[in-house]
Write a protein that binds this ligand. Structure first.
Ligand code: MCN
Ligand code: MO
Length: 730
């Protein structure tokens, strides 16, 4: 069988030979290019835009200003600033020109008159409302209280109370390919090629805005060079490109430069937690009070991330008396939205920092304190209603302990040589398979080849390979007979996309259900072609067989027979279709869990080096361990960036200090390392193939594990990531 095997990705040949086609590679004759004039000031009253000179430049087709479309939780002026500028990078005008260079050159000829307004950058200061981030609005853009049990009473019964401020820095989801779109208007219809992770969703939001201008919008996902959660929700440029194509009746392309992408792709994380956690002498976590400040930037759509963090703030532990006060604040920064893990890494950073600090305070072993607090009976409904479904946390911890003790011994040895080394462990809970469902269609082509189309939209994860494995096994045929396709709103009815570590479980199981329908259909059609009863026919390994005579037809024979000749009359007695669709959803999210163990060295100059790293996960049934492991290796390195390198920074006046990769550091091959992956298959989901997701887990486990390892190496308490380098220099 293919399922369970480490099979190389069928998606990859075109990527490694350079024949992939990203949006920017797509050529449609007559395409115009769009360049965006972006605000260079963080907050101002926009008085006048003069684009006379720009529009007179040869090759410039037009200039768009003041486009405003009502989209929930976006700034009042969206997608373009009209009367008020809210952050550096906000679109103010768009130049449409015959080529990219003319479009960008023309930006210099646009005059913007504005009157600067006071700026608020620090989210804690924003809470006082002394300076407004948005005129006429309270800076407090979102407020929510999560209360369970009675934490105040539990504190009075606690022996040790930990109080601190924890911070998770603002990051940029640096996909290798920046955002971009090509919109092609054709007589009342629009086709949009996009770098996206959710084409159906993009169709929906663009159609909402432009249904008076076009009868339909087809969205086609081009080869997409990563997204990490950032290519899903509506962006200003999505609307501006579509609008430009509609009004100029020409194809229009826009692809962000890296600098634009860094400024304008929604940032993420940016949470501050003022926590107070109560423990008994024996290390039982009794209570938590958390004041969560999330820096939403200039729009409020990222508020839901704080909800995810808050409701998972108890992690895999039994503590039930919790108060979380959420403050979502507006500041004059790029708006906030999701990034790989979306709220769960933030939660894990908080509950695991708490565990480690409590262990230090109580002089307890980090494994022991976790053992005393882990949930032992599943299913378990956490204080805010999450239903942790399945698994065995203590068993996984015992495996983690083996690695941890080994790393501890190595730390001891290395320290004898005077090296600054440390070990860290995290235990985490993941919530994934955000739904509600996903779709899959399956077709047999006339030559017997199988085409599977999924409604999800992978962009680097390798799901097509795993789904081909599932389909080939279920049909009992060679994998090279199976193709998997996706990413076109007219290829498959409806679908959602690839996010929330859902694709393999939801689209993979939908594909399985579609195959099962197809097998039945093959029996029916095969029986009709053989002129025998359906009951006498079985399906086996690519053939339908007459159980009485042993006569058989292959999938290919059947497909051939149905399409044998052009002409003739209808004589099959059955519908000549070899096509089925299925939809699959789960009634509960799935809750994988895992543990990461890190061994790090901090050099004299303060560089963090990972010497060894193990991730252990229970995601139920694993379809392709190599793909899952690839997600872990990549995710852990990405998390290293968050812990040691990456932070979007602004000065106090709101000027972004990180505008290129020389200021915003993502991990390079120099910092990379190969995490080892160990997996259990105890925590199965309710799906026919009892899988759960893996793709975001590594980002959740890595933040606290690496932070602890560094803390252990330098002997200083760490409360903020990325870690302040001054704490690391010897
Ligand atoms: N897999 C498996 N067995 C399982 C679960 C998963 O073999 N039980 C395999 C799947 O076949 C797939 C991979 O593991 O190859 C991840 O599958 P899954 O956990 O279902 O996650 P998704 O495919 O839905 O990926 C989405 C996830 C998200 S939400 C972010 S953010 C992220 C991530 O993927 N963005 C990525 N990883 C990324 N990887 C790349 N290269 N690029 C991104 O933008
Ligand atoms: Mo995601």
């Amino acid at each position: 069988p293919y399922v369970g095997a480490r099979i190389k990705r069928i998606e990859d040949p075109k990527f490694i030979t350079g024949s992939a086609r990203y949006v920017d590679d797509m050529v449609v004759p007559g395409t115009l290019y769009m360049a965006i004039l972006r605000s260079t000031v963080p907050h101002a009253r926009l008085l006048r835009i003069d684009y006379e000179d720009a529009s007179r430049i040869p090759g410039v087709v037009g200039v768009i200003t003041g486009l405003n479309i009502k989209v929930e939780n976006r700034p009042r002026n969206f997608p373009m600033a009209k009367d008020e500028i809210l952050y550096v990078g906000q679109p103010i005008a768009a130049v449409i020109a015959e080529d990219r260079y003319k479009a960008y050159d023309a930006l210099d000829y646009i005059q913007v008159d504005y009157e600067p307004l006071p700026t608020v950058i620090d989210p804690e200061k924003a809470l006082t409302d002394d300076v407004k981030a948005v005129e006429g609005e309270n800076n407090l853009g979102y407020r929510k209280t999560y209360r369970a049990g009675n934490p105040e009473v539990e504190f009075s019964r606690s022996d040790v109370v930990i109080e601190t401020k924890l911070e998770i820095g603002r990051v940029y989801p640096a996909a290798m390919e920046p955002r971009g779109l090509l919109a092609v208007y054709q007589e009342g219809r629009l086709t949009v090629y996009a770098s996206t992770q959710a084409p159906h969703y993009m169709r929906k939001f663009l159609l909402n805005a432009f249904r008076d201008h076009v009868s339909d919008i087809r969205v086609i996902q081009a080869d997409t060079g990563g997204a990490f959660g950032s290519k899903m929700f509506p962006y200003p440029e999505d609307y501006i490109v579509a609008y430009a194509s509609i009004i100029y009746r020409r194809p229009v392309k826009w692809v962000a430069t890296r600098r634009e992408d860094l400024l304008s792709t929604y940032h993420s994380r940016a949470q501050i937690h003022r926590i107070k956690a109560g423990f008994t002498r024996r290390g039982e976590w009794r209570a938590l009070i958390d004041e969560l400040i999330i820096d939403l930037g200039a729009a409020t759509h990222g508020y839901y991330l704080a909800d995810i963090t808050s409701t998972l703030i108890s992690g895999p532990y039994k503590v039930r008396d919790i108060l979380v006060e959420v403050y979502g604040v507006r500041t004059n920064k790029t708006p906030l939205d999701q990034y790989r893990g979306a709220g769960r890494p933030e939660a894990a950073f908080v509950y695991e920092r708490i565990m480690d600090m409590a262990a230090d305070e109580l002089k307890m072993d980090p494994i022991e304190i976790r053992r005393r607090n882990l949930v032992t009976e599943l299913p378990y409904t956490n204080p805010f209603g999450h239903k942790y479904d399945s698994g065995n946390y203590l068993h996984l911890l015992s495996i983690a302990e083996g690695y941890y003790r080994d790393f501890e011994r190595r730390v001891e040895e290395l320290r004898k040589q005077g090296r600054r080394v440390g070990v860290g462990l995290s235990f985490y809970i993941e919530q994934n398979n955000f739904g509600p469902w996903e779709s899959a269609s399956i077709r047999v082509k006339s030559d017997g080849k199988i085409l599977v189309i999924i409604g999800a939209a992978p962009h680097g994860q390798g799901d097509a390979t795993a789904i081909a494995q599932i389909v080939a096994d279920e049909l009992g045929i060679d994998m090279n007979q199976v193709e998997v396709s996706w990413g076109d709103t007219e290829l498959i009815g409806e679908g959602f996309g690839t996010f929330g570590s859902r694709t393999l479980t939801l689209a993979g199981n939908a594909a399985l259900l579609a195959v099962r329908k197809l097998k039945d259909r093959l029996r029916r059609v095969g029986a009709a072609l053989m002129g025998i009863n359906y009951e006498d026919v079985i399906y086996e390994s690519g053939y339908v067989k007459d159980t009485k005579t042993g006569k058989s037809l292959s999938i290919r024979d059947i497909a051939n027979a149905l399409t044998a000749s052009v002409g003739g009359t209808w004589s099959y007695g059955v519908e000549p279709s070899l096509e089925d669709s299925a939809y699959f959803g789960l009634s509960n999210y799935t809750y994988p869990y895992g543990s990461h163990i890190a061994l790090v060295e901090v050099t004299e100059e303060g560089l963090v080096k990972v010497l060894d790293y193990v991730a252990i996960d229970d995601i139920g049934f694993v379809i392709n361990p190599m793909l899952a492991e690839g997600q872990v290796i990549g995710g852990v390195v990405q998390g290293f960036g968050e812990v040691a390198l990456e932070e979007v920074k602004y000065d106090n006046d709101g000027n972004p200090l990180t505008q290129t990769f020389s200021e915003y550091w993502i991990p390079s091959i120099m910092e990379s390392f190969n995490a080892k992956w160990h997996y259990l298959e105890e925590g199965k989901s309710n799906a026919p193939l009892p899988t759960k997701g893996i793709a975001e887990g590594p980002l959740i486990g890595v933040l606290p594990a690496l932070t602890r390892a560094v803390e252990n190496a330098v002997g200083r308490r760490i409360t903020k990531i990325p870690i302040d380098p001054s704490l690391l220099i010897k």
